[in-house]
Ligand binder design. Structure first.
Ligand SMILES: Nc1ncnc2c1ncn2[C@@H]1O[C@H](COP(=O)(O)OP(=O)(O)O)[C@@H](O)[C@H]1O
Ligand SMILES: [Mg+2]
Length: 553
């Protein structure tokens, strides 16, 4: 497939080479076909995981680390694709993931289907430009249709929000605990949401996710504050304090060890004692400076030595040492405190406030919970689960669900899932296609078919007959009142998805459609791939890998 870099010959027949040695080039139909094949391959990789009855993937990296997941973005990430067109698709899908968290697989599979249908048209001699413009027109109709169909959702519709969270969770391994998790998700998002003007705004960075393997998913809990994965440093310290005034210290409360080997000569035992006392006093002086502010809690990023520990214990102070920097930053945000690195400068203004701080047992370990902080928008979700891999997958599922609920609160519009919208759009497109006419009409119809393929894949993954069910669903949609009918993937028949509670943010579907159309048209527009040769540094090991693009980042 790698042709030479020759673009012209002189009248004498001498080839003129304008590219660097080792470059390769594919162009024309060959390039289009190669890119289409790559996009289809990515789709194939995700297809079987699509929908609530999709399968999971086990991904093993080069070090042997195993990830078990159903999360589209994670699968694409771990697959580490090399083909340039495949990479392009992944980039677009990831853009989708950042924008709306959920819907990654919808985007990738849909663009795979669009490209597949385009391939058929290419065989029928429809020019890519015509296909692209037909797809663009169809996209407009699709987005328009979603807008017309969408129902408004308010932040107070707790029940609806829970259904939306559950729909997002239903395709993940945690589906068994989805009611419980959905409840936490909705509570968390509504807690951090704030009204700006007449729009709701959600900053998910306010929600900390803390993971601890052990227990079961149903031990996962929402904490109205921050969880620090450390224990109270000294047994003599209180384990629970109300009205905590918290000093956040990024300095060590230990005797400074000299950087270089130093020798201290002491001739008489009393001198020795004096020296030790002096050291102790220095530490106590530091601690006193902190306590003078009125602090009764110290969270320290560095060490706290034994002298300081027992001194603090005597004063009834609760202290934690070697807290993570990120924990300190979170605590600062939550409690309204400031992280102090120079103890000489600490003052009362630097202290944070929380109504309760308590060390609690979580499984085998102890963790410190800081609750009722000054900023009520700082909250945490503590994820539990039998296996570490399950805990990780729960985190991914949780993040998707948080994103989904945040989307719908921000945007205020929802639609029914389970294929309802896809079928409704396809119906509209088939009515619209004759208006477009010409060969473009074929592209509009192809777009409708690609949308329906999404539904077929959902049905196939559930083990039912896609042809039969799709026919039934189409005819159900002939009736205007049945716009929310999709496929019940457990019973294998058309049902009203809204009533069934399979509900999604309009934004997720809209973004997936936009991302998929963008990726597909981008790929179709490319008819020339010029790849630089491998960077020097030895012979090229894999001759087939010549079209791997060189990347600077
Ligand atoms: N209980 C359900 N019944 C039918 N369809 C569902 C159900 N739950 C989710 N879906 C559908 O599954 C699709 C999402 O599948 P998913 O694997 O989560 O992919 P994505 O990465 O695109 O979110 C959507 O079309 C959604 O409507
Ligand atoms: Mg999903």
């Amino acid at each position: 497939m790698a042709s030479t870099a020759t673009v012209a010959t002189t009248p004498e027949g001498i080839p003129v080479i304008i590219l660097k040695e080792g470059s390769s080039r594919t162009y024309g139909k060959e390039a289009v076909r190669a890119n289409i094949a790559a996009v289809k391959a990515v789709e194939e990789a995700l297809k079987s995981t699509y929908g609530p009855r999709g399968m999971d993937k086990m991904l093993v990296d080069s070090l042997g680390d195993i990830t078990i997941t159903n999360d589209g973005a994670t699968i694409l990430d771990k697959m580490d694709l090399q083909h340039p067109a495949a990479k392009l698709l992944v980039q677009i899908a990831k853009g989708q993931d950042e924008e709306t968290a959920d819907g990654t697989k919808t985007a990738v599979i849909f663009s795979g289907e669009l490209v597949k249908k385009a391939e058929d048209l290419l065989y029928k001699d429809v020019h890519p430009t015509i296909i692209i413009s037909g797809y663009k027109k169809a996209e407009e109709v699709a987005l328009q249709t979603i807008q017309e169909l969408a129902q408004t959702v308010s932040i107070n519709d707790t029940d609806l929000l829970r259904k939306i969270a559950m729909t997002s969770l239903s395709s993940k391994a945690v589906a068994g605990a989805r009611e419980y998790i959905a409840d936490i998700v909705v509570k968390a998002v509504t807690q951090v949401a704030e009204l700006r003007g007449d729009k709701w705004y959600v900053d998910l960075d306010n929600i900390q996710i803390v993971k601890k393997a052990g227990g079961s998913i149903n031990d996962t809990q929402l904490v109205y504050g921050i969880v620090v994965d450390k224990e109270v440093v000294h047994p003599g310290m209180p384990k629970r304090l109300e009205n905590a005034k918290i000093a956040l210290i990024d300095a060590s409360l230990e005797v400074e060890k000299p950087e270089l080997d130093a020798e201290i000569r002491i001739n008489d035992p009393t001198q020795m004692q004096k020296f030790l006392d002096e050291e102790e006093n220095l530490i106590k002086e530091k601690v006193d400076k902190i306590l003078a502010t009125g602090a009764n809690v110290i969270i320290c990023q560095k060490g706290i030595d034994e002298v300081a520990q027992s001194y603090l214990a005597k004063k009834g102070v609760l202290a934690v040492r070697r807290a993570k920097k990120s924990d300190l930053e979170k605590l600062a945000r939550a409690t309204g405190g400031r992280v102090v690195s120079n103890i000489d400068e600490i003052s009362e203004q630097d202290l944070g406030y929380a109504s309760l701080i308590e060390e609690r047992k979580v499984g085998e370990d102890k963790m410190v919970f800081v609750e009722g902080a000054k900023n009520p928008k700082s909250i945490s979700i503590l994820i539990r689960g039998g296996l570490e891999r399950l805990v990780d997958e729960t985190e991914r599922a949780l993040r998707d669900a948080l994103g989904t609920v945040a989307d719908v609160i921000k945007d205020g519009r929802a639609i029914a899932g389970g294929g309802a919208v896809e079928i409704e759009i396809a119906k509209k497109l088939r009515k619209y296609a004759p208006q477009v006419g010409g060969k473009e009409q074929l592209a509009v119809e192809a777009y409708a078919n690609a949308l329906e393929s999404l539904v077929s894949i959902l049905i196939e993954n559930a083990g039912f007959d896609p042809i039969d069910l799709l026919m039934k669903l189409r005819s159900t949609h002939e009736n205007e009142n049945n716009k929310w009918y999709g496929i019940d993937l457990y019973a294998g028949q058309p049902v009203d998805m809204w009533q069934k509670g399979v509900i999604e943010p309009a934004l997720v579907k809209m973004n997936a459609i936009k991302a998929a159309t963008e990726a597909a048209t981008l790929v179709l527009r490319i008819d020339d791939v010029v790849s630089a040769g491998k960077k020097s540094g030895g012979e090229s090991k894999t001759p087939g890998g010549a079209n791997k693009p060189s990347e600077e980042d």
